[in-house]
Design a protein. Structure first.
Length: 202
């Protein structure tokens, strides 16, 4: 088992990079209820900056984010498609879920692009490194699907509980992103040490 990240700092940095990548969606979710147009403009501006900053090595999530917010802006304020506004929250989570699971299906989990920034190129194609990112991406994909279900529940019944569940789901996904690479790395170090020592002497 190879080392996934050089140290704990690399795992934390990857998590921060993911949070920054999700920042337009986070701000959009926080602002859209009271300031829908401002929220959309802010999210679109941030994604445009992200895409331009990584134009030489574009990231899947940032491209999807930019396309979604550009479409949303056009649909609401130029084409006046009311249905888009009515189902906006559901669309957000389904598009994010599609991005996560779609990237897995094509063999390029979206978290891999952020993880590769934290490790030297010789580790990019290691099976253990890719597998860790497959699991992290799958967890986020599952989170987005569950968030869509919670949102529909909240639309039907209201109340505080769906919001609490949504926050817990997001927290668990972030905790898994921090914990899982470190757990795999610790297990790999133990397995390597056992293999080097050989079987126990009876």
């Amino acid at each position: 088992m190879s080392i996934i990240f050089a140290n704990v700092k690399g795992t934390k940095q990857m998590s921060w990079n993911l949070i920054i990548a999700f920042l337009p969606w986070i701000l959009f979710g926080l602002l859209s209820h009271r300031y829908p147009m401002a929220a959309l403009v802010v999210a679109l501006a941030i994604t445009a900056v992200q895409v331009l900053a990584h134009r030489r090595h574009p990231k899947i999530l940032e491209l999807v984010s930019f396309c979604f917010f550009a479409f949303d802006f056009m649909a609401l304020y130029f084409l006046h498609w009311a249905a888009v506004g009515q189902h906006q929250g559901l669309m957000v989570h389904l598009i994010l879920a599609t991005t996560a699971w779609g990237s897995l299906l094509v063999g390029n989990p979206f978290t891999l692009q952020y993880a590769r920034e934290m490790v030297p190129p010789e580790r990019w194609h290691l099976r253990s490194f890719i597998r860790v990112n497959q699991w992290i991406t799958a967890v986020w994909g599952t989170d987005f699907i569950l968030q869509a279900c919670v949102l529909e529940w909240q639309s039907a019944r209201g109340g505080l509980l769906p919001s609490v569940i949504s926050a817990v789901l997001s927290a668990l996904s972030l905790i898994f992103t921090l914990w899982y690479p470190r757990w795999v790395q610790r297990r790999g170090v133990v397995e390597t040490a056992v293999a080097a020592d050989g079987p126990p002497i009876s």
